[in-house]
Design a binder for this molecule. Structure first.
Ligand code: NAX
Length: 327
């Protein structure tokens, strides 16, 4: 039997945290036989709410949950962490420019990266959910020089799951019929969900839908799904985001299935014309606790244009945080 895994969740009192913690406690993050120690990081005013969530976790009497600790100090919360889910972030508020947003998030992800560097376990794996996720991951990574760069990842699995679901509904097939879907680029409206390499029951997905639907319905529906959820629910995606975070880490730890891949934002090695070091979404496989970019896919002009646009946005975000001295 495996020893307990320490999982730190930031923004634990938020709405994604509320949906996420109970799935972690019930064994969905790592596996049904892996005991978990939870560490919750919150800002001081939200500690009481986090305590309320911890009370409910206790009331779940989860067999795998060994402990729940709460702190407002990153150096306490990340101590010995094997997995860190960075969910808490500063949202964009009215009148906020991109520079202000990046700066506010730098104030969160810089000290968290430094604390991870100092006190996390040697095998730490980091998933950034809090937006702007790719660039927040870059900031945290820059302040954790002793942690291998590839341990910093950002979440595009929700976009990936949304794309699978939209395509499955369109073709009236179960989601399990769809393989090799890819989200490329930034977790933002410029992201590119790719159907040219995706397969439906073994056949190329793009050939089973008409081009106008792919271009004018599918791509914008996936990219703008977050806004549609806010419009309908009056609140942003929470349970689906938590579920995607669970999927991302479960896949990272337990691997992808033979003949399939998933999407994750990981540091680029220069593949597919994405500048080295940018944390961009790629088609990835996972094995032995490591993500690898799927090599050798042919990229046609339609896809090239869209990947390049999203990657250019990531480059601009990187330049902006560089200019602010955040990386
Ligand atoms: P909430 O506002 O409900 O919760 C955020 C929590 O983070 C709050 O409890 C807040 O006190 C806490 N927090 C703020 N600063 C912190 C810090 N320095 N240390 C620890 N905790 C801190 O937001 P929620 O709906 O849970 O969303 C969280 C983040 O996920 C947002 O940035 C959101 O934009 C992002 N999302 C990312 C998605 C993705 O696919 N990558 C999709 C869903 C979601 O929009």
């Amino acid at each position: 039997v495996q020893g307990p895994v320490t999982v730190t969740v930031t923004g634990a009192a938020g709405q994604i945290g509320y949906a996420l913690l109970f799935r972690i406690a019930s064994g969905h993050l790592l596996g049904a036989d892996v005991p978990v120690k939870l560490r919750l990081l919150e800002i001081t005013p939200a500690l009481k709410a986090a305590e309320g969530t911890a009370m409910e976790l206790a009331d779940g009497a989860f067999p795998l949950l060994q402990s729940v600790d709460i702190s407002d100090d990153p150096r306490v919360a990340f101590d010995g962490a094997n997995v860190a889910l960075l969910v808490g972030a500063r949202p964009r508020t009215k009148g906020m420019e991109r520079g202000d947003l990046l700066e506010a998030n730098g104030g969160i992800f810089k000290p968290q990266g430094a604390a991870i560097n100092e006190v996390a376990a040697d095998d730490i794996k980091v998933l950034v959910v809090g937006n702007p996720a790719n660039t927040n991951a870059l900031i945290a990574q820059a302040h954790a020089p002793d942690v291998p760069a590839e341990r910093f990842t950002a979440m595009t699995r929700l976009d990936h799951n949304r794309a699978i679901s939209q395509l499955a509904a369109k073709l009236d097939v179960p989601v399990t019929a769809i393989k090799k879907l890819t989200i490329w680029g930034n977790h933002s409206a410029t992201q590119y969900p790719d159907l040219f390499h995706a397969e439906v029951n073994g056949k190329v997905a793009a050939e089973q839908v008409d081009e106008a639907w792919l271009r004018d319905t599918f791509i914008p529906t996936v990219a703008k799904r977050g806004a549609a959820i806010i419009e309908a629910r009056g609140a942003s995606s929470a349970a689906s985001a938590a579920s995607a975070a669970i999927d991302h880490v479960f896949t990272w730890v337990n691997g992808t299935a033979e003949g399939d891949w998933t999407s994750a934002a990981i540091p680029s090695d220069g593949s597919y014309g994405v500048p080295e070091g940018l944390i961009s979404s790629f088609p990835v496989t996972a094995k032995d606790g490591k993500f690898s970019i799927v090599p050798g896919l042919e990229i046609d002009a339609f896809s090239r244009e869209r990947i390049d646009a999203s990657v250019a946005e990531l480059g601009e975000e990187r330049d902006a945080v560089r200019g602010l001295g955040l990386i």
